[in-house]
Design a protein around this ligand. Structure first.
Ligand SMILES: *[C@@H]1O[C@H](CO)[C@@H](O)[C@H](O)[C@H]1NC(C)=O
Ligand SMILES: *[C@@H]1O[C@H](CO)[C@@H](O)[C@H](O)[C@H]1NC(C)=O
Ligand SMILES: *[C@@H]1O[C@H](CO)[C@@H](O)[C@H](O)[C@H]1NC(C)=O
Ligand SMILES: *[C@@H]1O[C@H](CO)[C@@H](O)[C@H](O)[C@H]1NC(C)=O
Ligand SMILES: *[C@@H]1O[C@H](CO)[C@@H](O)[C@H](O)[C@H]1NC(C)=O
Length: 284
C-alpha cells in the first residue's frame, strides 16, 4: 500500500536538482477534450520542464455523457500503464466531472500510486443546479423536476444523472444513483475493493469556486452557494460519518481546500493565477 509521508518543503527543494517531476495525468470534464488543456500543458512545460503530462484522450465531447462507470473502466485502462511506468508515483488533476471519474478510478484500483489528487472545481457531492448544458440537453426539465428523469434506469445511463443529487428527493437518489451514492458509500458499493478506506492519496487538493449558482455542491451540503468553510464540511453527513474516508484524510492533514473568487467554472485549468498559486506547488 502507498505509504503516508509528510511533505517536507525544504527537503523537496534540496532534492529538486536531482529529482525529476512525477508524471501528471489529466482527466477532463463534461464536453471537454484534450484540446481544452493546451494552455494548462503549456503552464507545466514552462514551470516544470520535462514533466510528462498526459491528458487522457477518451470520452471526448458528447461521449463524456456516457455513464461514469463505463468511463471509469476506459480511463483506468489508459491510466494503468502510466502508473506502472512511474516508479515514484503520479499526480492526477481531474477537472469538473473528471473529479468524480477520478474518485471512481481510485476507489476501484487498490494498487494505484497517486501522490496528489487535485480535484478542480468538481461537484464531489453531486450537482443540483441549472446550467446552460442542462437546458440544452433536457429542454423540458428544470432542476426541480429533473429527478423524474435522472432517478430512473435510463437516466442513470447519462453521466450527469450519475451525480445528480436532488436534496428534495434524497430517498430516490439513494435508491437510484448508480454512481455517486456508491462512491460516497451512501450505498454499499459492490465495485469498491476497500469501502470507506478508498482514499489513499498522500494529498487531496480541492479547488472550489465561490458564489456560484452553477454547480452548487462540491464538498458541501446541497443547496448552498456559499463559501467553503471547514464548518460546511463538518455539517455534511458524508464527511461526518467518514463515509469514504474524507474525514480520516482530513485528520491526517492531507486535505487542502482552496476557494478562489472570480474564476468562471470553465476557466479553472486555463487561469494562470490559479495555476501559480494553487496547483504548481503540488506537482513535484
Ligand atoms: C515546452 O517548452 C519549450 C521551451 O519553451 C518548447 O520549445 C516546447 O515546444 C514546449 N513543449 C510543449 C510540449 O509544449
Ligand atoms: C510519457 O509517459 C507515457 C506513459 O507512461 C510514455 O508512453 C511516454 O513515452 C512518455 N513520454 C516521454 C516523452 O517520456
Ligand atoms: C428503486 O430501485 C429499484 C432497483 O433499481 C427500482 O426498480 C425501483 O423502481 C426504485 N424505486 C424508486 C421509487 O425509484
Ligand atoms: C460496477 O462496475 C461495472 C463495470 O464497470 C458497472 O457495469 C456497474 O454498473 C458497476 N456497479 C456499481 C453498483 O458500481
Ligand atoms: C483568474 O483567477 C483570478 C483569481 O485567482 C481572478 O481574479 C481572475 O479574474 C481570473 N482571470 C480570468 C481571466 O478568469
Amino acid at each position: 500500500m502507498f505509504a503516508w509521508t509528510v511533505l517536507v518543503l525544504s527537503a523537496a527543494i534540496v532534492l529538486r536538482a536531482a529529482q525529476s517531476y512525477k508524471p501528471v495525468i489529466v482527466v477532463h470534464g463534461l464536453f471537454d477534450s484534450p484540446g481544452d488543456f493546451k494552455l494548462f500543458q503549456g503552464f507545466i512545460n514552462e514551470t516544470h520542464p520535462g514533466t510528462n503530462v498526459t491528458v487522457i484522450d477518451l470520452f471526448d465531447h458528447t461521449q463524456s455523457l456516457k455513464s461514469l462507470w463505463s468511463q471509469v473502466d476506459g480511463f483506468k485502462a489508459a491510466i494503468y500503464p502510466i502508473m506502472q511506468n512511474a516508479a515514484n508515483g503520479v499526480h492526477m488533476i481531474c477537472y469538473s466531472q473528471g473529479g468524480l471519474i477520478c474518485r471512481g478510478i481510485l476507489s476501484t484500483m487498490p494498487d494505484h500510486n497517486v501522490d496528489t489528487l487535485i480535484s478542480l472545481s468538481s461537484p464531489q457531492l453531486g450537482q443540483y443546479g441549472d446550467t446552460n448544458y442542462l437546458k440544452w440537453l433536457f429542454p423540458n426539465y428544470v432542476k426541480s423536476n429533473l429527478y423524474h428523469f435522472c432517478y430512473t434506469q435510463i437516466g442513470q445511463c447519462f453521466s450527469i444523472c450519475n451525480y445528480w443529487n436532488d436534496p428534495h428527493h434524497h430517498k430516490l437518489y439513494l435508491n437510484n444513483s448508480n454512481y455517486l451514492a456508491f462512491l460516497n458509500n451512501e450505498r454499499e458499493n459492490p465495485n469498491a475493493t476497500e469501502p470507506a478506506e478508498n482514499l489513499e492519496e498522500k494529498q487531496l487538493v480541492i479547488g472550489e469556486q465561490q458564489g456560484t449558482s452553477v454547480l452548487e455542491s462540491r464538498f458541501f451540503p446541497q443547496d448552498r452557494n456559499g463559501m467553503l468553510e471547514k464548518e460546511d464540511l463538518l455539517l455534511d453527513s458524508v464527511y461526518m460519518m467518514d463515509l469514504f474516508g474524507l474525514k480520516s484524510l482530513d485528520n491526517q492533514g492531507a486535505i487542502h481546500t482552496f476557494t478562489v473568487n472570480n474564476v468562471h467554472h470553465t476557466k479553472w485549468h486555463s487561469n494562470r493565477t490559479v495555476f501559480d498559486n494553487y496547483i504548481l506547488k503540488w506537482l513535484t
